[in-house]
Design a protein around this ligand. Structure first.
Ligand code: NAD
Length: 476
């Protein structure tokens, strides 16, 4: 059992002022896998003070120094590969191969990418006699969710370090151990004391005082809408900059010329990956009426082939969802879909056969869904998909955009002119064409209630920068 009950503040592992701990549950076994500190406001105050003390020094480091730091971090991250994969498999329930190919890899990509992306930012620009400078914003509070323990933390940390902003990180109390390994990585890589501070604990005791702290200049948050709103309200008191990555209900528009079997497989993977706990999950598959029956038959076959099981065993497509709370939420949405009159094509309430222990959910797909149903409008965050039919492309675009969210969208089709037309018409921060894949050098973020701001690569660095104009700087 892990006993990581210290906070990392000012380059030291220190006791929490609270003296309290929180249990962390392995969702595949329902057993306590370890303990973390249940931090409090005093821990946050210490961490913010440590970050504030080093702000000017870190801000003034050269770009070369920060690039080298990011590379050292990436190297050390590679050295801890097995530990990171192990811990994410246990704390999140991610199938072990996905812990490597998705979770481990995404975290690494962000450090390497930020080191490169520094070069594409114009930190100083001469305009005649005047100068415009971009410089680190200052102490930044980072609050992250449980669904991608290394990705969500690393992308923010890489952006802040590249910019020269010191941070206080509060990772999710449900998946905190990957962040503890990150702290060890930073220590080894020589991140200067005070630049990285880790305060573990829950949202109310740590996240709240962090977003209310007057010395924090910027809050970067990924998580649910209600928490994002609370962070924004707290930040409004002293007008902190806020960057929010929130939820999604992403459409996948299937055109009528697709290879139906391939498209159905892709569509199912979009809402099953990471056991559906993905903010960009393609949870609304929009299918033309003309190919509806064949598509549904192919989707049934695809979802029947999804393997759910012990995340430690090779060959699984999905593990359990992260917690009992998440399990109950997903169950209630599945029941709601049935109650609202959608047709259950596969799955349903209850656990998959033979997986009574652990928070396992049946991959579930509904057809005969209309876009006004709860399961088509609200984020479920479990392996539950919907098939909605459309008559023509205008209707497809209208349905796709008829959501409070705008994080991601997908288009499948062979006629690239039509595909591009649809991609441009969709209101989302990322519109992926024919599984092109998301790349760490592209901006990531949402329209509408999916958030504010952009992360990843140079866009992610810019979030942690302030802009200063110095008129007359070059005047003799
Ligand atoms: P959550 O909002 O419950 O928690 C996220 C983090 O906020 C946790 O660390 C939590 O402890 C903290 N928190 C809770 N209350 C707080 C408060 N009052 N003040 C400050 N911090 C507080 O979200 P979750 O359940 O961990 O994650 C799931 C949600 O995250 C989903 O809605 C999902 O769509 C969203 N998400 C979005 C993205 C994205 O990039 N857009 C990525 C992953 C997850």
């Amino acid at each position: 059992m892990r006993q990581d009950i210290k906070q990392y503040i000012n380059g030291e592992w220190v006791e929490s002022h609270s003296g309290q701990t929180l249990d962390v549950i392995n969702p595949a076994t329902e057993e306590v896998m370890g303990k973390i500190a249940a931090g409090n406001k005093q821990d946050v105050d210490d961490a913010v003070a440590a970050a504030k003390k080093v702000y000017v020094k870190f801000r003034n480091t050269s770009l070369e120094e920060r690039k080298a730091l990011l590379e050292r971090i990436a190297d050390e991250y590679e050295n801890r590969k097995e530990d990171l994969i192990d811990v994410m498999t246990d704390e999140l329930g991610s199938p072990i191969e996905k812990s490597e190919s998705v979770h481990y890899q995404m975290g690494l990509n962000h450090f390497r990418e930020a080191s490169k992306a520094i070069d594409s930012i114009q930190f100083e620009e001469r305009r005649g006699d005047d100068l415009v400078i971009k410089e680190a914003i200052g102490v930044s509070g980072l609050v992250t969710p449980w669904n991608f323990p290394t990705n969500q933390t690393s992308l923010k940390l890489a952006g802040a370090f590249a910019a020269g902003s010191p941070v206080v990180l509060k990772p999710s109390e449900e998946t905190p151990f990957a962040a503890i390994i990150l702290a060890e990585i930073f220590e080894k890589a020589g991140v200067p004391k005070g630049v990285f501070n880790l305060v573990n604990g829950d949202g109310q005791s740590v996240g709240d005082p962090l977003s209310s702290h007057p010395d924090v200049r910027m809050m970067s948050f990924t998580g649910s809408g209600p928490t994002g709103r609370k962070i924004m309200e707290n930040s409004a008191k002293d007008f902190k900059k806020v960057s929010l990555e929130l939820g999604g209900k992403s459409p996948l528009v299937v055109l009528d010329d697709v290879d139906i079997e391939e498209a159905a497989k892709g569509a199912v993977a979009k809402f099953v990956q990471n056991t559906g706990q993905v903010c960009t999950a393609g949870t609304r598959t929009l299918v033309p009426e003309s190919i509806k029956d064949e598509f549904i038959a192919a989707a049934k076959k695809a979802i029947e082939n999804v393997k759910v099981g012990n995340p430690r065993e090779a060959g699984q497509d999905a593990g359990p969802v992260v917690s009992k709370k998440q399990f109950d939420t997903v169950q209630s949405y599945i029941q709601k879909g049935i109650d609202e009159g959608a047709t259950l094509l596969h799955g349903g309430v209850g656990k998959p056969d033979g997986l009574e222990k652990g928070y396992f959910v049946k991959p579930t797909l509904f057809t005969d869904v209309t876009n006004d149903m709860t399961i088509a409008q609200e984020e479920i965050f479990g392996p539950v998909g919907t098939i909605i039919t459309y008559k023509d492309l205008d209707e497809a675009i209208e349905i796709a955009n008829d959501t409070i969210y705008g994080l991601a969208a997908y288009v499948y089709g062979k006629d690239l002119e039509r595909v591009r037309e649809v991609a441009k018409a969709l209101e989302a921060g990322t519109v992926e064409i024919n599984d092109a894949g998301r790349k760490p050098n592209l901006p990531f973020g949402g329209y509408k209630q999916s958030g504010i701001g952009r992360e990843w690569g140079d866009y992610g660095i810019e979030e942690f920068l302030e802009i200063k104009a110095i008129p007359g700087y070059f005047k003799e």
